[in-house]
Design a protein around this ligand. Structure first.
Ligand code: GRG
Length: 276
C-alpha cells in the first residue's frame, strides 16, 4: 500500500496545479496536512484484489481523495470549525469565501480527472455519490437541534454523508477490474458498512480521550446542536430529568451542563452501546 499511495500522492500533486496562486496555496495546505487517505486505499485494495493493476487506479484513487478534500473544505465552513488534521482550518486561515471556492476547484478538477478515465460507469458512480453526500449534509442541517431524531434517521445521514464515498471507492475498484454486477455490489456493500462504522466510531471518539478533550469535543456537538448517537442513546436510557437536561442542551446548544451530560452518557452505557 505504501508504494501505491506514494503514486497516488504524486498524481494528486501533479493535478493540483493551477495558474491561480491562491488555489495552489490553499489546496497544498490542506492536502499537505496529511489525512489517513482511507478512500483511495479502499479503491486500490479492491482493484488490486480483483486483479486490476492499470494506471487508472491511481487516477481514480486521487479523484476520491480530492472529492473528500473538497467536502472537508466545505464542511469546515458549514461547521465553523477551527481545526482540521491538526492544523488551523483553511477557512480560519484564508477566510470562508476562499475555502468554499477552492473546495469548488478541487471538486471540479476531480471531475476533469475522472472523465480522463473514459468510463461512463465511473462517471455514473461518482456523480451519484457526490449528489448523495450533498443530500446527507442538507439532511444533517435539517436535523440540527432535533432531540427527537430517530436512530434510523441518524444512520441515514451517516450513510449519505460519509459511507457513500467509501461505498463508491470500493465499488470503483470493482468497476476498474471489470467485475460482475454481483461482485461490484458485494464490494459496494463492504464499503458502505465500513463507512458507516467509521463515522459511528468518529462520533464516539468525540466522547473518549482525557477529560479535557472530552469536554471540548462533546461541547462542539452540543454547540452545533448535533444529535449524535451517544446522546440519543443516553436520552433513551436516562431518567426523565436526565432526558430533559440533554434535550434542552441539544435544542438550545447549551454548554453549561456539559459535565452533567458527560456523566449521563457514561453512566447509561451509551458509549458501549454505540460501539456495539
Ligand atoms: C462538495 C459534493 C460536495 C458536498 C459538500 C459539506 C459537504 C457537502 C459534505 C461533508 C461530508 C463530510 C465532511 C462528512 C464527514 C466525513 C468524515 C468522517 C470526515 C473525516 O474523514 P477522515 O477521518 O479524514 O477520513 P482525514 O483527515 O483522515 O482525511
Amino acid at each position: 500500500m505504501d508504494a501505491a499511495m506514494r503514486q497516488v500522492d504524486a498524481v494528486i500533486r501533479a493535478r493540483l496545479s493551477s495558474k491561480v496562486g491562491l488555489i495552489d496555496q490553499i489546496a497544498s495546505y490542506i492536502i499537505g496536512a496529511g489525512g489517513k487517505r482511507m478512500r483511495p486505499r479502499l479503491l486500490l485494495l479492491f482493484s488490486e484484489a480483483l486483479g486490476f493493476r492499470g494506471a487508472e487506479r491511481y487516477e481514480l484513487a486521487a479523484v476520491v481523495e480530492l472529492i473528500h478534500t473538497s467536502t472537508l473544505l466545505h464542511d469546515d465552513v458549514v461547521d465553523e470549525s477551527s481545526l482540521r488534521r491538526g492544523r488551523a482550518t483553511a477557512n480560519s486561515m484564508f477566510g470562508n469565501a476562499a475555502a468554499v471556492l477552492v473546495g469548488d476547484f478541487l471538486y471540479s478538477r476531480s471531475f476533469q480527472m475522472m472523465v480522463s478515465v473514459k468510463s461512463m460507469r465511473v462517471l455514473e458512480v461518482l456523480a451519484e455519490a457526490t449528489n448523495v453526500i450533498a443530500e446527507g449534509e442538507v439532511l444533517q442541517l435539517m436535523n440540527m437541534h432535533d432531540a427527537d431524531l430517530a436512530v434510523d434517521e441518524y444512520l441515514r445521514v451517516i450513510r449519505y454523508k460519509t459511507a457513500k464515498l467509501f461505498e463508491a471507492s470500493a465499488r470503483l475498484g470493482a468497476v476498474l477490474a471489470g467485475a460482475s454486477p454481483e461482485i461490484e455490489e458485494a464490494c459496494a456493500d463492504y464499503g458502505r458498512s465500513l463507512g458507516t462504522a467509521f463515522q459511528l466510531v468518529d462520533d464516539l471518539l468525540d466522547y473518549e480521550g482525557n477529560s479535557d478533550e472530552l469536554g471540548k469535543n462533546v461541547g462542539d456537538d452540543l454547540r452545533e446542536g448535533k444529535p449524535t448517537l451517544p446522546l440519543l442513546i443516553a436520552m433513551e436510557r436516562g431518567t426523565p430529568e436526565e432526558r430533559d437536561l440533554i434535550r434542552h442542551a441539544i435544542e438550545h446548544g447549551e454548554l453549561e451542563k456539559l459535565p452533567e451530560i458527560i456523566a449521563i452518557v457514561r453512566r447509561t452505557g451509551a458509549l458501549e452501546a454505540t460501539r456495539e
